[in-house]
Design a protein around this ligand. Structure first.
Ligand code: AMP
Ligand code: MG
Length: 343
């Protein structure tokens, strides 16, 4: 641990697939292929081992199509998405949801319960005001923010697993699955690839990555994670992962700077405010490893809100999960050292 650490994990992770470790597969017949497409407001990268270009091409198409299908279900940007349709139609009456949307909402509600609402999939009205604020470079008006916060709250979202229905307590509620959907999409794309006979693959949707079987002849997919506590090293920490997922959350990518304060795109539901810190200080950057992307993604957002102490306590309660939390210092959960090797 170092007090010099700075929170720039997100970028390092997104670009941190170590290239030298990917091409040296001893298994003769399977080759590495890679493709990138824009989906879910970001670039999604897939790497996979296939028997040849024809198999790889078909696999990429199927995996990216599955991600596009999920975007159509889960997006809060697309007016015609299933999620937005449900926001319009499920007010005070149960409406049937598709399996993907229901799965994401169920996981969100479970996480909301475990975090006392720090993760909240109903924050849409407030999240939209902060999105606007980033565009106009002005803080949201406090009265407007208060009104929007009145239309949020995970206890106002009701799921019936037996009937797979969704119901909202009041009009004007807006679901936003931005904190969990990319991790789920990465899982879903991997599943499609496995169904097509491709086990060795990884899917990276910006800061949310999911890994299948290791590359042929290797122990895992190697990715670099850097908290810049050792500036002389290219990557301070190397993860070698298979059948696992890793997600990073933080304010590195989307934020609003006003009068020396930096506001994150991640909102603290208790205040309706973007997580904030002085622009001269370090924000929080969280990396989570879990078996599935849906969990790693949701947990990374939740731990960002909870902060290092409560966040690490949450991770210790999750079977098999590990966390690295970087603020002006670095905190590792108890399982973190066993999944990471240092350069
Ligand atoms: P991530 O990059 O996975 O941490 O997700 C950030 C996104 O999650 C934001 O852009 C919002 O769409 C959404 N979000 C923001 N704050 C929260 C919160 N407290 N709980 C759940 N989702 C949130
Ligand atoms: Mg997340």
């Amino acid at each position: 641990m170092s007090s010099k650490a700075r929170g720039v994990l997100a970028t390092a992770l997104a670009t941190g697939l170590l290239p030298g470790c990917l091409g040296s597969a001893p298994a003769a017949d399977r080759q590495l292929f890679e493709a990138v497409e824009p989906h879910m407001g970001t670039l999604v990268r897939i790497k996979l081992y296939a028997d040849g270009a024809r198999q790889a091409k078909a696999a990429f198409r199927a995996a990216f199509d599955r991600i596009a299908q999920l975007d159509n279900a889960l997006s809060d940007y697309k007016p015609a998405s299933e999620l937005n349709r449900i926001c319009r139609t499920a007010v005070a009456r149960p409406v049937a949801a598709g399996a993907d949307l229901f799965r994401v909402l169920e996981a969100s509600q479970e996480l909301a319960g475990e975090t006392d609402g720090a993760f909240d999939v109903t924050l849409g009205p407030v999240i939209r005001l902060w999105r606007q604020a980033r565009n106009t470079n002005r803080l949201p008006d406090s009265a407007v923010l208060r009104e929007a916060a009145g239309r949020c709250g995970y206890r106002k979202l009701h799921l019936d697993p037996a009937k797979r229905t969704v119901m909202l307590d009041q009009a004007g509620m807006q679901l936003d699955a931005g904190g969990i959907a990319k991790g789920y999409a990465a899982d879903a794309a991997l599943s499609i690839l496995a169904q097509l006979g491709i086990g060795s693959a990884l899917v990276a949707a910006s800061g949310d990555l999911a890994f299948g079987d290791p590359p042929p002849g290797q122990r895992g997919w190697r990715i670099g994670v850097d908290s810049f506590d050792r500036p002389e090293a290219a990557f301070t920490r190397v993860l070698e992962l298979s059948n696992a997922a890793v997600s990073t959350s933080g304010d590195g990518e989307q934020h609003l700077d006003i009068d020396g304060t930096r506001y994150s795109h991640i909102i603290d539901p208790a205040t309706g405010m973007g997580l904030s810190h002085s622009t001269l200080a370090t924000g929080i950057t969280v990396t989570i490893i879990a078996r599935y992307g849906i969990d790693a993604d949701g947990l990374a957002t939740a731990v960002s809100v909870l902060g290092p102490e409560r966040g690490i306590a949450l991770i210790e309660r999750q079977a098999g999960a590990a966390a690295l939390v970087v603020t002006d210092h670095v905190v590792e959960s108890s399982r973190w050292p066993s999944v990471v090797s240092r350069n």
